[in-house]
Design a protein around this ligand. Structure first.
Ligand SMILES: Cc1cc2nc3c(=O)[nH]c(=O)nc-3n(C[C@H](O)[C@H](O)[C@H](O)COP(=O)(O)OP(=O)(O)OC[C@H]3O[C@@H](n4cnc5c(N)ncnc54)[C@H](O)[C@@H]3O)c2cc1C
Ligand code: FES
Ligand code: FES
Length: 1296
C-alpha cells in the first residue's frame, strides 16, 4: 500500500483505502461511517447515491477490489452495496465509483450505452446500475458474459422510472451472445477500466498522474467520540481473546456487514472485523466432508458448491447453490458470509434463512469456537453465541440414492425473502418398478413457518418406509403435513393458510419429481418453480417520427442522460456543504391519541444534537398546506391522528445524529383511542370527512334502469395503497438569507413551497426563493408532500440561523408520508342480454388518511366511465377518514383506480354472460358526438380504431386458442389473456398554468431556458429543448435548460397530470415566436446583407445585441378549453400471464400496448414513459402491498425488506410498445398528446389476465359450473393468486 496522500495522517489505527486511484488513510473515529457516507459526505463523491440504506435498492452500488481473505493471493473484483459497508472494513481495498469510470467528456462505454439506449429517466438509480454492470464486466468470476448472466446480475438494483427494458438492452449490448444490434455491442477485450480524462474516447494508459485532488472532510468534533471501538484481529487466538474480553458488550462480529440491512441490533459497543483471520475463509475437503469457513462469501461458496457437485456424494450441493443463489442479491452475496447468515438465524429465529433450511435437510454440521464443537442445525439454534464464533459449516457426502430438491417461493422474482422455503430429501430404491419406497426417514425442512418450526417431523415419521408413489400415501402425508404446520399470523407476513398450503404444494411438487414417469404428463407440468424457467426478456418499440421536423420528433436520448450515467448530475440530496446541519422528525408512536408531554432532554443528550423543536416553536402558522387548503399540522400540537405523525424536529451536526436524536424524543400520550386504517373499516364505521358523498349523476335514473334491466351484476372491490418509491427520498435544504429563506427543494411545486414556508416561518412569500434542478423521481409524492420537508428545514434554518437539510430516511418516508389512496368499492350494473349497458351505480370509499387535501376525487369523473357509454350513472364519492398519513397523488391518481373500477364492472358483465370481455367492451364504446360522464362531447375518438389495431397486432384471437390449448395440457399451470382499452381525457383547464423564459446570449448565440415545470425523469427538459431548437432553427446542442426558479417561474402550477411537458413546450413556443418577431427584422440590416450570404445565427444575434434588442422573452400559458377535456388520448393493452396454481407465482409472458401519443415530440422519451408507467402499474396490481397494524395504526410495510416494487425480472418477458402512427393531434401542442400517466391505467389488464388463468384452474377443479372469481382484492400477490385457485389436498394426485 502506498503512503497516504489524502486525509488524516495520524497513525491512530485506522485503515488505508484507495478510491478511484486516490489513497486515503481513514482513522478509527470513522467506525460508525459507511462507505456510502464516506464517499458522499467526506469526499464529495455524490455520484454514488443512497436511498434505503439496507441493501434493498442498489443505488449505492460501487465496485470493490480486495484480496481473497483466505490468503489465496487472488484479487476479488465485485460489486458491493456501499450503504452496508463500514469504511473501516475496506482496509487495503480499491474502490471504484461512477466518477472513477469516466465523465461527460470521456464517458466509459457502459455510461455511454446507458445513455444511448435511453436507460435513464430521473437518473437517480443510474450510477448504481452503471457500477453493477461495471462489476459484472470486470468480475473475478469465470462465468460467461451472456445475456442470461447479465439479467441474473440485475437482481440488486431497482429503477422506478424506466420499466427496466432499456437498461437491460443497454447492458445486453455487452453480452457475448448478443448480435451487437445497432452496432453498439462492444468487444469486451477492448473495454477499459477507465477512460483517459485528457483524450476523450481513449483508454487510460495510467502513465500520467491523473489523481484528482480530493480533500477528506473530517467528522464533526461533536460526534467523533461517539463511535464504537473498531477491532481488527488477525488470528483466531486474538479473536477469542477479544471475544472473551467483550463478552458483556454488544459486539458486531463482521464479515460482510450486510446483516445490518436486515437486523440492526445496535447501538454496538464494538465492531470486530474478522476479515484478517484466514482460518475463517478457507474451504477444504477432508474424508467424507467438505468444510466451508464461516467467513466465506455466498458468491464463493456457491462457486465451490457448483464445482464440488461434480464429485460423487456431493451432487446435492448443486441444489443448495440454486437455492442460495436466490438469497438477497449479487452485491450482498459478494461479501455476505454463510456464518453471518447462520448467526442471524440463531439471534432471530424467525429469520427465513435459505441456507439454514438447506443445511437442516442435508444433516450439515456447524462448528463453533473456541471449543470447536460441531452442532446439527437444530442444536445450533439453542447455542448461546455470546463470546462464541462460528467457524465453519460441514457438509458430508451422501449416498447416491438420495433425492434432494430445494424450493424458494418469493413475492417477486428477485431479491426477496421467502414466503416459504423448503428443502426435501428422500432415499428410495429406483429398482422397485412402479414404486418409490422410502428407505430411511426423509428430511422435510421448511423455513418461514414460525420461529420454532424447522422440519415437518410427523410427516417425516409417517413417510418412513412408505411408497410415495402410492397416491393414498401421498395424500395422507400431505394431510399430516398440513396439520402440523401452524404458521404464526403476523401483520407483515403472508396469511398462515397460504403458508400451509404452499408448503404442502411444494412437497407435492417434490413428490411428482420423485415419482417421475409414474405421474401423468399433465401433472408433471407442476415440477419445478416458474421463475426458474423464465426466458430472457426482450422488447420491441415502434414509433413514428417526422424527419422534416427534426430535432422535433427525433428519437434522442434525454439531454441529461449522459451526465446522469457519469454521476455528474446532481440532486438536492447531494447538496452537503460544510456547515450544513441536518434535521429529522421524531414520529409519534400512537395512531389516535392526545399528546400529554414531550421531553426533549434525552434527544438533546445525544452527541451532535443541537436543537429540538416542537409545535410551540413555530413562529408562523403550524400548517404546511398551502393557504387555500385545509390546515395540516407540521408538528402535532395536541392530537396525533396517525401513527408516525411528526411531533418534533431534531437538528444535529450529522444526519445520523439527527436520526438518533429523533428516536430519543420522549412523548407521553393520553386518551389513546382505537384506530381505523382501511377504507372498508371506515365505511363500516361511517367515518367520513363529510356527512354526504359527492354525487355524480348523469343521464336518467340509474336505480330504475338497473331494476328494469334484463341482466344485472353487483359486487365489491378492494384496492391497496401504493408507495411512490421515488428513488430519491423526500429532501430539501434551506438557507437563511437576509430577506428570508432560500431553498433547494425536492418538490414538484415551487409555488406551494413558497406558500407553506412563508406561512410556517411567518415571513412574506417574496422572502422565499425556491430552486429545483431535478428530482430523483416524484410520481406525485412531491406535489404537496415535500411541503412537509421544506417547511421543516425552513423552520429549522430560521431558528438556528444556519443552512439545514433533511434527506428523509426511506423508513421515515414510508412511515410518515401518505401514498396512493386505497379504496373499498361497491357497484351495480344493469344491461341487456347483448351486454349493452343500461345503468351503472358505484359507491367509492376512498381512504384519504388523516386529511383530505389531496383527495383523488377532484377529476375522477373524467375517468370513471373509461371508454363506455351508459344511459344512466349514479356515483357516490365518499371521503373516508382513516388514522393513516394523509394520502396523496401517486402517478395517475384517481384515473388508475377509476379505470380499474369500470373495467372490473365490464369484465363482470361479460363473464356473467359467458362472453369474451373485450367484445362486450367494444359493444359499449363511446362514439364521436356522445357526451361523456364529465360532460365533454366526444370528438376524434380513436378507441375503436386503436383497439381493433391492437387486437390484430397482438394476435388476440390466435393467442386465445393457444392459451386454451396450453391450459388443457397443463394441470397445474394456467395461462390467461386480457385486453383493456383506454379513453383518457386531457384536462387542461384545471389550473395547469406554466411560464417559460428563453434567453439568447450574444457572443455565440447559445440559448438558455427555464420553465415552470420540474424535470423529474419525464423528459420535460428534452422536449422543451427540442421545441426551442426547432422553433429557433438552431442545433439542439445550442440549447441548455436550467433549474426551475420560483422567481423566474412565479406562480407556475405543480408539475403533474401528465400535461406539464405540453404546456411548458407551448410557453417555450410562445417565447420563441416573440423572440423571432424581434430577431427577424434584424436579418435585413445592412451590415448582415453586406455579407452577401445568409448570415449565421450567431452573427444575427450579435447584430441584435449591438442594436439593443431584448434577447430574452417570457411567456405564460393558462390554457382554457370550452369542454372539460381538451382532447382524448386512447390506448389498448393486451396482457398474457402464466400462473403456477400451486405456488401462486406468475409471470407476464407478453404485454402489447398501443398508445396514441399524437405526433410524439420526443419518441424515446414517450416510449420510456409508456414502459415506465406499465411496470409501475404491474407493481401496483401485483406485488406492492401495504398493511397497517389494526391495534396502533403503524405501517408494517415500511422497508425494502417488506415492500416489493417490481425488479428487472418482473417485467413482461415479451414487451411490445407501439405509438400510434399517422395520428397528429389537431389541438395538441405540436400535434402531440400527453403520456406519463395514461398508460398506467391500462395495466389492470394484468389482473384480468390473472383472473382468466385462475378461472381456468377453477374450472379444471370443479368443471364448467365452477364458481368463477368475480371480485378480486388487489394487489393480486402470489399469495392471493394461489388462494383464489382454491386447490385442496384431494386434488394433489399423480393422475386425474
Ligand atoms: C437486501 C438483503 C436481502 C437479504 N435476503 C435474504 C434472503 O432472501 N434469504 C436469506 O437467507 N438471507 C437474506 N439476507 C441475509 C444475508 O444472507 C446476510 O446478510 C449475510 O449472509 C450475512 O453475512 P455477513 O458476512 O454480511 O454478516 P455480518 O453482517 O457481518 O454479520 C451478521 C451477524 O452475524 C454475526 N457474525 C457474523 N459472522 C460471525 C461468526 N463467524 N461468528 C459469530 N458471529 C458472526 C455478526 O455479529 C452479526 O450479528 C439478505 C440480506 C440483505 C442485506
Ligand atoms: S442505499 Fe444501498 S442498497 Fe439502497
Ligand atoms: S431512472 Fe431509474 S429510478 Fe429514475
Amino acid at each position: 500500500m502506498s503512503p497516504p496522500v489524502n486525509g488524516e495522517t495520524t497513525q491512530d489505527g485506522g485503515v488505508s483505502v484507495t478510491i478511484n486511484g486516490n489513497d486515503f488513510r481513514v482513522p478509527d473515529s470513522f467506525a460508525a461511517t459507511t462507505l456510502a457516507t464516506f464517499l458522499r459526505v467526506h469526499l464529495g463523491l455524490t455520484g454514488t447515491k443512497v436511498m434505503c440504506r439496507e441493501g434493498g435498492c442498489g443505488v449505492c452500488t460501487v465496485h470493490a477490489e480486495f484480496p481473497d481473505p483466505s490468503g489465496s493471493g487472488k484479487i476479488f473484483k465485485r460489486s458491493i452495496n456501499s450503504c452496508l459497508t463500514p469504511i473501516l472494513s475496506c482496509n487495503g481495498w480499491k474502490i471504484i465509483t461512477v466518477e472513477g469510470l469516466g465523465n461527460q467528456a470521456a464517458p466509459h462505454p457502459i455510461q455511454k450505452a446507458m445513455a444511448d439506449y435511453y436507460g435513464t429517466q430521473c437518473g437517480y438509480c443510474t450510477p448504481g446500475w452503471v457500477m453493477n454492470m461495471y462489476s459484472t464486466l470486470n468480475s473475478d468470476s469465470d462465468v460467461k458474459l451472456t445475456k442470461k448472466r447479465i439479467e441474473d446480475a440485475t437482481d440488486g438494483n431497482i429503477c422506478r422510472c424506466t420499466g427496466f427494458r432499456p437498461i437491460l438492452d443497454a447492458f445486453k449490448s455487452f453480452a457475448k451472445d448478443d448480435a451487437c444490434k445497432d452496432g453498439l455491442g462492444v468487444d469486451l477485450e477492448d473495454l477499459p477500466d477507465k477512460m483517459c480524462h485528457k483524450t476523450p474516447g481513449k483508454k487510460c494508459s495510467g502513465k500520467c498522474d491523473h489523481k484528482t485532488v480530493v480533500r477528506m472532510r473530517r467528522l464533526p468534533a461533536e460526534v467523533q467520540d461517539d463511535v464504537p471501538a473498531y477491532h481488527k484481529p488477525s488470528s483466531l487466538d486474538e479473536l477469542y481473546k477479544l471475544a472473551s474480553s467483550l463478552k458483556d458488550q454488544n459486539v458486531y462480529y463482521l464479515v460482510g456487514h450486510t446483516g445490518i440491512g436486515v437486523y440492526d441490533d445496535g447501538p454496538y459497543d464494538a465492531l470486530v472485523d474478522m476479515k484478517g483471520i484466514k482460518d475463517l475463509f478457507g474451504q477444504k475437503k477432508s474424508g467424507n466432508s467438505l468444510y466451508i469457513g464461516a467467513g466465506v462469501s455466498y458468491t464463493d461458496f456457491i462457486h465451490t458448491f457448483r464445482k464440488e457437485a461434480a464429485s460423487a456424494g456431493f451432487e446435492y450441493l448443486e441444489q443448495i447453490a440454486d437455492m442460495v443463489n436466490k438469497t438477497a442479491h449479487e452485491s450482498v452475496r459478494n461479501v455476505g458470509s454463510c456464518g453471518g447468515n447462520l448467526v442471524m438465524k440463531n439471534l432471530h429465529q424467525e429469520f427465513p434463512s435459505d441456507l439454514f433450511t438447506c443445511l437442516v435437510a442435508v444433516d450439515a454440521r456447524i462448528h463453533i469456537g473456541p471449543d470447536n464443537k460441531a452442532f446439527s442445525p437444530e442444536e445450533f439454534l439453542a447455542v448461546d453465541l455470546k463470546g462464541k464464533i462460528v467457524l465453519a459449516m460441514e457438509l458430508k457426502a451422501m449416498d447416491g440414492k438420495q433425492f434432494f430438491r430445494t424450493y424458494k417461493v418469493m413475492p417477486r422474482v428477485q431479491n426477496s425473502h421467502a414466503y416459504v422455503n423448503g428443502a426435501f430429501r428422500v432415499k428410495f430404491d429406483a429398482a422397485q418398478k412402479g414404486k418409490r419406497v422410502l428407505q430411511d426417514k426423509p428430511a422435510i425442512s421448511l423455513g418461514n413457518i414460525h420461529a420454532k418450526f424447522i422440519r415437518a417431523k410427523q410427516t417425516e415419521v409417517f413417510l418412513t418406509g412408505k411408497d410415495l408413489a402410492d397416491v393414498s400415501v401421498l395424500q395422507e402425508a400431505l394431510s399430516i403435513m398440513y396439520d402440523e404446520i401452524q404458521p404464526e399470523a403476523k401483520l407483515d407476513e403472508a396469511d398462515p393458510e397460504y403458508k400451509k398450503t404452499l408448503a404442502v404444494n411444494l412437497f407435492y411438487k417434490f413428490a411428482l419429481e420423485v415419482v417421475g414417469d409414474l405421474a401423468d404428463s399433465r401433472f408433471q407440468s407442476a415440477i419445478g418453480l416458474l421463475p426458474d424457467k423464465r426466458p430472457i426478456s426482450s422488447g420491441q418499440q415502434d414509433f413514428p417520427t417526422q424527419e422534416e421536423n427534426w430535432p422535433l420528433t427525433k428519437p434522442i436520448p434525454k439531454i441529461e442522460s449522459l451526465i446522469q450515467s457519469t454521476g455528474e448530475a446532481t440532486y438536492v440530496s447531494d447538496i452537503d456543504h460544510e456547515g450544513v446541519l441536518h434535521a429529522a422528525f421524531a414520529l409519534s408512536t400512537e395512531g389516535n391519541a392526545t399528546i400529554f408531554k414531550i421531553d426533549k432532554a434525552p434527544a438533546l443528550a445525544i452527541p451532535g444534537v443541537l436543537a429540538v423543536f416542537t409545535a410551540e416553536d413555530i413562529p408562523g402558522t403550524n400548517s404546511y398546506a398551502p393557504r387555500r387548503q385545509e390546515r395540516e399540522e407540521l408538528l402535532a400540537e395536541k392530537k396525533v391522528e396517525f401513527h408516525y405523525q411528526p411531533v418534533a424536529l431534531v437538528v444535529a451536526v450529522t444526519k445520523e445524529a439527527a436520526e438518533e436524536g429523533a428516536k430519543h424524543v420522549k412523548v407521553e400520550y393520553m386518551d389513546i383511542q382505537p384506530v381505523i386504517t382501511t377504507a372498508r373499516q371506515a365505511f363500516k364505521k361511517k367515518l367520513f370527512f363529510e356527512d354526504k358523498p359527492e354525487e355524480v349523476v348523469d343521464g336518467g335514473d340509474a336505480d330504475k334502469a338497473i331494476e328494469k334491466a334484463a341482466r344485472k351484476v353487483s359486487g365489491e372491490l378492494e384496492l391497496s395503497a401504493q408507495f411512490h418509491f421515488h428513488m430519491e427520498t423526500q429532501c430539501s435544504v434551506a438557507y437563511p438569507t437576509e430577506q428570508g429563506i432560500d431553498l433547494d427543494a425536492g418538490t414538484q411545486w415551487p409555488d406551494g413551497i413558497q406558500d407553506c414556508v412563508s406561512q410556517v416561518c411567518g415571513i412574506d412569500k417574496n422572502g422565499v426563493n425556491v430552486t429545483v434542478k431535478r428530482l430523483g423521481g416524484g410520481f406525485g409524492a412531491k406535489i404537496s408532500r415535500n411541503n412537509i420537508i421544506s417547511s421543516a428545514v425552513a423552520l429549522a434554518a430560521l431558528l438556528v440561523k444556519r443552512p439545514v437539510k433533511m434527506h428523509m430516511s426511506l423508513w421515515d418516508n414510508m412511515k410518515s408520508i401518505g401514498k396512493r389512496s386505497p379504496y373499498y368499492v361497491t357497484y351495480e350494473a344493469g344491461f341487456e342480454e347483448s351486454g349493452k349497458l343500461l345503468g351503472v351505480k358505484m359507491d367509492l370509499y376512498g381512504a384519504h388518511g388523516a386529511q383530505k387535501n389531496d383527495s383523488p376525487y377532484r377529476e375522477i369523473k373524467g375517468w370513471l366511465d373509461n371508454a363506455y357509454k351508459s344511459p344512466a350513472w349514479k356515483i357516490n364519492l365518499w371521503k373516508c377518514k382513516t388514522n393513516t398519513p394523509p394520502n396523496t397523488h401517486c402517478r395517475a391518481p384517481g384515473s388508475t383506480e377509476a379505470t380499474y373500477i369500470m373495467e372490473s364492472i365490464m369484465e363482470h358483465v361479460a363473464l356473467s354472460l359467458n362472453k369474451v370481455p373485450i367484445e362486450v367492451k367494444q359493444l359499449n364504446f363511446y362514439k364521436d358526438g356522445d357526451k361523456a360522464l364529465n360532460g365533454s362531447k366526444q370528438i376524434s375518438l380513436r378507441v375503436t380504431e386503436v383497439t381493433e389495431q391492437l387486437l390484430k397486432e397482438a394476435q388476440f384471437e390466435e393467442r386465445k386458442k393457444v392459451v386454451e390449448e396450453f391450459n388443457s395440457k397443463h394441470r397445474w399451470r394456467k395461462r390467461g389473456l386480457a385486453v383493456v382499452p383506454l379513453r383518457y381525457p386531457a384536462q387542461w383547464s384545471l389550473g395547469f398554468n406554466y411560464s417559460c423564459l428563453v434567453a439568447v446570449y450574444h457572443n455565440g448565440g447559445t440559448i438558455a431556458v427555464t420553465h415552470g415545470g420540474i424535470e423529474m425523469g419525464q423528459g420535460i427538459n428534452t422536449k422543451v429543448a427540442q421545441v426551442v431548437a426547432y422553433e429557433m432553427g438552431v442545433d439542439l446542442s445550442m440549447v441548455k435548460v436550467h433549474a426551475t426558479q420560483a422567481i423566474a417561474s412565479a406562480n407556475s402550477f405543480t408539475t403533474g397530470g401528465s400535461i406539464t411537458s405540453e404546456i411548458a413546450c407551448w410557453a417555450a413556443i410562445d417565447c420563441c415566436k416573440e423572440l423571432k418577431k424581434r430577431i427577424e427584422p434584424v436579418k435585413k440590416h445592412d451590415k448582415l446583407r453586406a455579407l452577401g450570404r445568409e448570415p449565421e445565427w450567431k452573427e444575427v444575434i450579435e447584430e441584435c445585441y449591438d442594436k439593443g434588442i431584448d434577447l430574452s422573452a417570457r411567456a405564460w400559458i393558462a390554457p382554457k378549453t370550452k369542454e372539460p377535456s381538451a382532447y382524448y388520448t386512447n390506448g389498448c393493452t393486451c396482457t398474457e400471464v402464466e400462473l403456477d396454481t400451486l405456488t401462486g407465482e406468475y409471470q407476464v409472458n407478453r404485454l402489447d400496448v398501443l398508445y396514441d401519443c399524437g405526433e410524439s415530440m420526443s419518441p424515446f422519451v414517450d416510449i420510456g414513459q409508456v414502459e415506465g408507467a406499465i411496470v409501475m402499474g404491474l407493481g401496483y396490481w401485483l406485488t406492492e402491498e401495504i398493511k397497517y397494524d389494526e391495534e396502533n395504526g403503524a405501517n408494517g410495510y415500511y422497508s425494502t425488506w417488506k415492500y416489493k416494487p417490481p425488479m428487472a425480472k418482473d417485467i413482461p418477458i415479451d414487451f411490445r410498445v407501439k405509438l400510434l402512427h399517422n395520428a397528429p393531434n389537431p389541438v395538441g401542442v405540436m400535434r402531440s398528446k400527453l403520456v406519463a400517466e395514461p398508460p398506467l391505467n391500462m395495466t389492470c389488464s394484468v389482473v384480468y389476465a390473472l383472473r382468466d388463468a385462475i378461472n381456468a384452474a377453477r374450472i379444471e377443479q370443479s368443471g364448467k359450473d365452477a364458481k368463477r372469481v368475480f371480485q378480486l382484492v388487489t394487489p393480486v400477490t402470489p399469495e392471493r393468486a394461489q388462494m383464489f385457485c382454491g386447490t385442496d389436498i384431494r386434488q394433489l394426485r399423480y393422475q386425474a
